[in-house]
Design a protein around this ligand. Sequence first.
Ligand code: FAD
Length: 531
Amino acid sequence: ADAAPPLFQLLDAMHAGVKNPAKGDCVVYWMRLEDMRIKDNRALAQASAQAQKDGIPLVVLFVLSPQDYIAHDRSARRIDFTLRNLRCIKDDLDKLDIPLYTATHTPRKQIPSFVHDLLLQWNASHVFGNIEYEVDELRRDLALCQIAKKHGKIACTFVHDKCIVPPGDVRTKDGRGYTVYSPFLRAWAPILDKTSSRHLDEAPLPAANDHSVRKHATFGKLFNAQVPSEVEGFSLDPEERERISTFWHAGEAAAHEMLYRFLNTAARPSQFGAVDPLTKGAKEVDPTKQSRLGKYKDARDLMDADTTSRISPYLAAGVISARACVREALKASGKKKLDVSRDTGVGRWIQELAWRDFYTHIVALFPRVSMGAALPGEAWKDGRTGVPIVDAAMRQARTMGWMHNRARMIAAMYLVKDLMIDWRLGEKYFMETLIDGDLASNNGGWQWSASTGVDPAPYFRIFNPYTQSQKTDPEGEYIRHFVPELAKVRGKDIHQPPLHLADKLGYPEPLVNHNEARQRAIHRYKNIGTK
Ligand code: FAD
């Protein structure tokens, strides 16, 4: 079934459209939902180099596509984050005399012809984009290449940018993609570690256009085109917009500040919703020992302190490149060579970035993994399962549009193993709620938890949410913060409040008995295995 080359390879190989187009009036960089930055952006850098070579202006296009967002269960938070980032990008490009034009287009199937028409209107000779590895997006880009080829005017170049090592480059001996993470990592790291490896190189910033572009009959007007304030069907009410944007500031500077905070400052207990990444009093500490990075190896699973990077919304939207994260982490920890060891903070962190690559490779090489969806249990969504750590996790998602990794694992495993609800229902809800919703990582995480798909947790590995709670939130601070009904519960009861106490506090009783649910899950999984 995997004999046909994956779609991304067709796109990669096509370098499509026309080979040597006649010089046009501009070169276009088509920016997408996953590459919202100017720094270290490969397609943008290549588009700029082409424009310089041809002596014509560079124009940046962004197409808002509400039908696509519905089809991909994008959260309104993510779309709002996109618009906020686009505004920052527009300002930054403006300083370089590069116009950003944001179009809104609804019939998703027609996007390739819509974009092609726009390119013809602008008399573009070349369009560049970073590859998006989901099936629909690959089909869209292939369709554009085909239209361009037929018309014979425009060259299309799509390049790898999202991953640290691109899909297709990490192969087993017999040329296949890996479906298990550990051997993937063992093959991934040496590729990156080769002295000749260009994978971590920073793509240059785009060059400024000639100032006269502002007077150009067509392109001059694009400078006045505003980024819309919302996308129909994806608006946030003002309170929610304000709250989410306080947690997640937009723009490349904010992303780099978030990274800096992780690399150079210490975690603080009870800091669940960092209002400002570098709140007053955050002092620089030794990145190799005391910083979040330095302590990551041991502290990463703690949910009661703010120990992880919180960079995922920025990585998912491409506000910062994964390459920059690796470069900066190695630099901060004084490493000259790549470190992916389990024994150091930086090594452990780079391993997490490798998980992101791994899941993206899976989606690119085995697109079947991403099929299917429906609706999860309401109590689970609302954070009212009666299991405090699960409820805290689900309410963190609703409040912040983000969850700690351990929280995601606990909540996901509870849905699929304790409640025996189809993992695709949870996958869809996370996509609709999280600001860092990323098809590959989300799908990978859910299939791991459900013991399905590639590299799953063994089916009999079922988290006990109460033990997890004691390990990851020993004092119960995380629970108290997100489940205020339990704020006054003291001692170990916070992890599993006695029924009479819960009842008095208006907290629900558990939907299922964990031990019974565990037996049921093991029994059912075993039967699937033998049938
Ligand atoms: P850190 O611990 O600081 O890690 C750094 C970066 O490494 C993360 O930002 C992320 O890009 C990457 N990373 C870390 N863990 C994983 C992982 N298990 N899989 C893939 N990449 C990882 N991550 C998303 O970005 N978007 C999602 O939609 C998403 N859905 C998930 C659903 C489930 C059920 C599970 C179990 C995990 C999911 N993850 C998702 C992965 C992980 O939970 C988040 O990336 C992480 O919690 C983000 O916090 P951080 O930036 O502080 O991570």
